[in-house]
Design a protein around this ligand. Structure first.
Ligand SMILES: Nc1ncnc2c1ncn2[C@@H]1O[C@H](COP(=O)(O)OP(=O)(O)OP(=O)(O)O)[C@@H](O)[C@H]1O
Ligand SMILES: CC(=O)N[C@H]1[C@@H]2OC[C@@H](O2)[C@@H](O)[C@@H]1O[C@H](C)C(=O)O
Length: 371
């Protein structure tokens, strides 16, 4: 008999919702159906406006966006089910990451805020919904991120060889899988800064295949300036977000180099992401021979080329190991919801720095109560 969960994820790229329907029966983790729901330009804009660091925010904007995104997550779930021709009654629960609008785990009263009201998701779908995965980990002293390394360990571990999994979204994070406790942390920008620059100069959401970056030449002094940031000097556990590697952060660095060609800046940003990912792997996984890439950055050919050049090992997409790069995070949140409903921890203390393993998330019962 199948054991079906749905995972919903909208990441720091703020492009849309990944929805995956996953079967966990008989010890397998098998994607049954997937649906991607892009955000409208207007919704994207509202999310960016709410997520800006140190800007006043109206509570009414916050509250209504929370409801709007919750509704969209619920409707996306219904579309996924309808496309897959699977009745909602067959689903055990939904795991919803939500949309991060602010991540600041390290301040005195540390927090990480994801919006997309789970009450709406539960009501629209009738399904038990697990959400707010990060704050319990922060409550026990963790970063609340990255969370996906526990899932990477469950699906990609190989007793025969050490591996590194790299998720390249707006922000990039790595998971080091070997015979020691898992190491995992955010390495810094993934596609986020490249997306910003491409949106500004090419009016495109992202640099398709990295073609624009490939036309430019990295500028050595700018590259050194980008890398000269305390975030890269701090040892893990650590996590970051686009509130730190923000448009203002980029602007400040670029202001020191006023006369560069836009395509050379794009080439430098691409090299910056590749170098900071590769440096993290060399430092924290020195004996690893295999790197698997997931997240949208796996489609950026120029970024992949630079990573292959820099890392003296096999660098492939997770697709070669059974999960398409765009599906990993949604499947991970289905897996995390299952952990929660089974009363199992979802965090790895060695990754987030939490004092103890904890069951993550809040549970919002479906129409039949807790199933
Ligand atoms: N064909 C492509 N060529 C180049 N880049 C691409 C391509 N397809 C997707 N991307 C990049 O992938 C990004 C989306 O990746 P993804 O969905 O993994 O990010 P995310 O989940 O929002 O971020 P995070 O993991 O940080 O939360 C896009 O914004 C774009 O930069
Ligand atoms: C706060 C937040 O949303 N962080 C994201 C972001 O995107 C990538 C990286 O930064 C990672 O830390 C995390 O997402 C994945 C799903 C995680 O928690 O593993």
């Amino acid at each position: 008999m199948s054991e079906l969960y749905i995972g919903l994820m909208s990441g720091t790229s703020v492009d849309g919702i990944d929805a995956g329907l996953v079967d966990f029966s008989d010890g397998k983790i098998q994607l049954v159906a997937f649906h991607y729901q892009p955000f409208s330009a207007e919704l994207r804009q509202k999310i960016h406006k709410l997520s800006q660091a140190n800007q006043p925010v109206l509570l009414t904007d916050y509250g209504s966006l929370d409801s709007q995104i919750g509704r969209l997550f619920g409707e996306t779930t219904l579309t996924l089910l309808s496309n897959a021709q699977i009745p909602a009654s067959a689903i055990k629960a939904v795991g919803s990451h939500g949309q991060t609008v602010y991540h600041a785990p390290e301040t005195g009263n540390g927090f990480s805020l994801q919006i997309g009201d789970p009450n709406r998701i539960a009501e629209i779908t009738g399904l038990t919904t697990v959400a707010d995965f990060r704050r319990r980990d922060i409550a026990v002293g963790g970063q609340g991120a990255p969370l996906v390394p526990a899932f990477h360990q469950a699906v990609f571990s190989d007793a025969a060889q050490a591996r590194v999994i790299v998720n390249i979204g707006g922000i990039a994070n790595i998971t080091v899988l070997n015979d020691k406790p898992v190491i995992g942390f955010d390495t810094g920008p993934g596609n986020g800064l490249m997306d910003l620059w491409c949106q500004k100069h090419c009016n495109q959401p992202y640099d398709c295949n990295g073609d624009w970056a490939a036309k430019g030449t990295p500028h050595t002094a700018l590259l050194d300036t980008l890398k000269d940031d305390d975030y890269f000097r701090v040892a893990p556990p650590k996590s970051t977000g686009k509130e730190y590697f923000s448009p203002a952060w980029l602007q400040q660095k670029l202001s020191l180099f006023p006369n560069l060609e836009p395509e050379d800046i794009q080439a430098t940003l691409c090299q910056f992401s590749a170098d900071t990912i590769a440096d993290a792997i060399r430092q924290y996984a020195p004996n690893t021979l295999q790197t698997l890439i997931c997240g949208g950055g796996a489609h950026n050919r120029q970024l992949m080329k630079l990573l292959r050049k820099s890392l003296d090992m096999s660098v492939t997409s997770t697709a070669e190991w059974g999960i398409a790069p765009d599906h990993v995070e949604a499947i991970a949140f289905a897996w995390l919801a299952r952990q929660t409903l089974n009363n199992l921890p979802g965090n790895l203390c060695s990754v987030t720095g939490a004092a103890t393993p904890v069951v993550l998330g809040g549970i919002y019962p479906g129409k039949n109560g807790l199933s």
